[in-house]
Design a protein around this ligand. Structure first.
Ligand SMILES: Nc1ncnc2c1ncn2[C@@H]1O[C@H](COP(=O)(O)OP(=O)(O)OP(=O)(O)O)[C@@H](O)[C@H]1O
Ligand SMILES: [Mg+2]
Length: 517
C-alpha cells in the first residue's frame, strides 16, 4: 500500500498506528499484522506534511488473555482454537524531522492514531550518504543492505573505535583507511600487533596500493612471509642522530630519575670515538663502578635492541607524503620503546604541521590506544596524543583511537573524540566507560552493544547524520594478525599424538635409535 501523502517517495507503506502516551522524542505504535519490520529499522510519520523519522528501539509482543498468570491447559486450549489477542508494540526513538534530505530537530506533537510508515530505501540511501568527495563507504544497514557512508569532515573532530577483543575494531579501522586512501589522505598507523602490515596487498595477494609503506623494526614479530619481505621497509635510527633525551627515552630513563639521567649526559660528553653505539657502550664501561652499576640494566637493554641502530635514521620524508599511508609495525617492542618510536614520529608530524611545512591533512590511527595514553600518565607520547586530541584539528591532524579498554584510556582523549564507532561490548565496566565518554551515546544505544554480531557497529557523532547500526563491509586489503586457526592446529596436534602412539611408528623410532640387533 502506498502512503498516499506528501513525501510518498520517502514513506514506503503503512505499518501501524501510534498509540498511548508519546512525547516529541519517543513514540510507540501498534504494529499491523502483516508488517515486516524489525528492531533497529527506520520508520516515519507524516505530521502535517513534515516527515518525522525514528528508529525502532524495541518491539514487544503482549496479550491480555495469555498473560504471565495463565495456566498450561488454558493456553493450550486458546492456541488449539486459534484464539490470539496478542498485540505487537514497537518503541521508537525520534531522530529528527526530514528537511532537504537532512535531519533537523523535531518538536512535533505525536498524537495517538497517527499512521506509521516504513521508510523507503531511497530516503535511507540519501540519509546515509554524502557528496562523493566527503564520503567514506564503510558498510550497510544489516537487513536492507542500504549502503552507509561516514563523512570525512566529521573526522576533523577525531574518532574513537571501541569494542571488546575480536569484535572487529581492526577490521573497521582498515576499511576506513582503505576509503581514506582513495580520497588521497596521508595516513600514519601505530600498529603494536602488526594488524595492518599486509594492507599493501589485496585479498588475492596482489599489490593493493603503491601508496602504502610498511615499516618494521628489527624487533618486529609480525608474521611476514618470504614474499612480503621485498615490500617491507626497515625503520632504523642512526645512533649519532640521537639527542641525550632521545637516548634516555629509548633506555626508559625518565626526567625524574635523577641518579641515572646525569650519567647519560656524562657518557655522551666523554665519548671520543665515532659517537656510535659501540663508542657509547665502551665509554659507559669506563664510568666509576658505582655509577656503572646504576645503569647496567639499561645498558643491557640497549645491547638487546642493538639492531634498531643502523647508519640511517628513518625520517618524516620517508613516512609522510600526500596520499601516502605508512604503517609502523611496533610489534616485539616493550611499551616504553614503542612509546619512544611513536612519540618521535608524532612529534615530527606535529612540528611539520604547525610550521605548515606539510600542508595536507594527516590522519593518525593509534591501535591499543589505552597503552599509549592511559589515565593520569604523563609520558611524552601520552602528552603528544592529548595535544593532538585537543588542538590537532586546528593544524589538520586528525586522530582515530582504537581500544578494547575504554575505561583504561585517558578520559580527555576519549571525550575529544566527537564520533564513535562502537562494536560489541559485553563487559558492564567498559559499557559504562563508553557511556560516560560521550553525550552522543544514549543508554538505549548501550543496550544493543552486547547483542551485536562480529563486524556490526553502532556509529554516532559528527561522521553520520543520525545514529546507525551497520554491518561493516568486507575488507579490500589482506588482513594481518588475525586469530590463529585454533581448530585446525588442534587437529594437527591430535594427528601428531596419534602418530607418536602408533606401534609401527614406535618400532620405527626404536629401530632408528637402537639399530638392528
Ligand atoms: N565486518 C566484518 N566482516 C567480516 N569479518 C569481520 C568483520 N569484522 C571483523 N571480522 C573478522 O573478525 C575477526 C576479528 O576482527 P578484528 O581483528 O578486527 O577484531 P578486533 O576487535 O580488532 O580484535 P582485537 O581486540 O583482538 O584486536 C577477524 O578474523 C576479522 O576478519
Ligand atoms: Mg584488533
Amino acid at each position: 500500500m502506498k502512503a498516499g501523502v506528501k513525501g510518498v517517495q520517502d514513506l514506503e507503506y503503512e505499518i501501524g498506528f501510534t498509540a498511548g502516551k508519546n512525547s516529541s522524542g519517543h513514540f510507540q505504535f501498534v504494529i499491523s499484522e502483516n508488517a515486516d519490520i524489525k528492531k533497529w529499522e527506520y520508520v516515519g510519520l507524516n505530521i502535517n506534511g513534515s516527515i518525522v523519522i525514528g528508529r525502532i528501539e524495541d518491539i514487544v509482543s503482549k496479550s491480555d488473555l495469555m498473560d504471565e498468570s495463565i495456566d498450561y491447559e488454558s493456553i493450550k486450549r486458546y492456541t488449539e482454537n486459534k484464539i490470539n489477542d496478542s498485540t505487537n508494540m514497537s518503541y521508537v526513538n525520534v531522530l529528527g524531522r526530514l528537511e532537504n534530505d537532512n535531519l533537523v530537530q523535531s518538536r512535533e506533537i505525536i498524537t495517538p492514531g497517527l499512521k506509521v510508515y516504513k521508510l523507503s530505501s531511497a530516503i535511507l540511501k540519501k540519509l546515509f550518504s554524502f557528496p562523493d568527495e566527503e564520503s567514506l563507504y564503510i558498510g550497510n544497514l544489516p537487513d536492507t543492505g542500504v549502503p552507509v557512508s561516514i563523512n570525512i569532515k566529521g573526522m576533523r573532530r577525531h574518532l574513537a573505535i571501541l569494542a571488546q577483543t575480536g569484535a572487529g575494531k581492526s577490521h573497521t579501522a582498515s576499511v576506513i583507511m582503505e576509503e581514506l586512501l582513495k580520497k588521497g589522505a596521508s595516513i600514519i598507523v601505530l600498529d603494536p600487533h602488526a594488524d595492518y602490515v599486509f594492507m599493501k596487498k589485496d585479498r588475492d595477494g596482489k599489490i593493493y596500493s603503491d601508496n602504502i609503506d610498511v615499516f618494521r623494526t628489527p624487533l618486529s614479530t609480525g608474521r611476514y612471509s618470504r614474499d612480503d619481505i621485498g615490500i617491507i621497509k626497515e625503520f632504523t635510527i642512526r645512533f649519532q642522530d640521537l639527542t641525550a633525551d632521545d637516548i634516555k627515552g629509548i633506555m626508559g630513563i625518565k626526567d625524574n630519575y635523577t641518579q641515572m639521567s646525569p650519567l647519560i649526559d656524562d657518557i655522551l660528553k666523554a665519548m671520543k670515538g665515532k659517537k656510535d653505539l659501540n663508542d657509547f657502550m665502551n665509554t659507559a664501561e669506563k664510568l666509576p663502578q658505582d655509577d656503572y652499576r646504576k645503569i647496567k640494566g639499561r645498558l643491557v637493554f640497549l645491547e638487546k635492541i642493538r639492531e634498531i641502530f643502523s647508519d640511517y635514521t628513518t625520517g618524516i620524508k620517508d613516512y609522510l607524503g600526500p596520499g601516502k599511508m605508512s604503517v609502523l609495525d611496533l610489534s616485539g617492542m616493550d611499551q616504553y620503546l614503542a612509546n619512544y618510536f611513536s612519540f618521535r614520529i608524532l612529534s615530527e608530524i606535529y612540528d611539520s604541521k604547525i610550521s605548515s611545512e606539510f600542508k595536507y591533512p594527516v590522519f593518525i590511527f593509534v591501535e591499543e590506544a589505552h597503552n599509549f595514553v592511559p589515565p593520569r600518565v604523563n609520558s611524552n607520547i601520552a602528552g603528544m596524543i592529548k595535544k593532538i586530541a585537543a588542538e590537532g584539528r586546528k593544524f589538520g591532524i586528525f586522530l582515530t583511537v582504537i581500544t578494547q579498554r575504554p575505561g583504561k584510556i585517558d578520559a580527555d582523549v576519549l571525550s575529544q573524540c566527537n564520533s564513535q564507532i562502537i562494536l560489541r561490548v559485553t563487559n558492564p565496566i567498559d559499557q559504562n566507560a563508553i557511556l560516560q565518554s560521550s553525550e552522543n551515546i544514549t543508554e538505549s544505544l548501550m543496550e544493543d552493544l552486547p547483542s551485536l554480531d562480529t563486524g556490526e557497529a553502532i556509529i554516532v557523532g559528527e561522521i553520520v547524520k543520525m545514529p546507525v547500526i551497520i554491518k561493516v563491509r568486507d575488507r579490500e586489503t589482506k588482513p594481518g594478525g588475525s586469530d590463529i586457526d585454533i581448530i585446525s592446529l588442534l587437529k594437527e596436534a591430535r594427528d601428531e599424538v596419534r602418530k607418536m602412539n602408533n606401534p609401527d611408528e614406535i618400532k620405527k623410532k626404536n629401530k632408528n635409535l637402537l639399530g638392528d640387533f
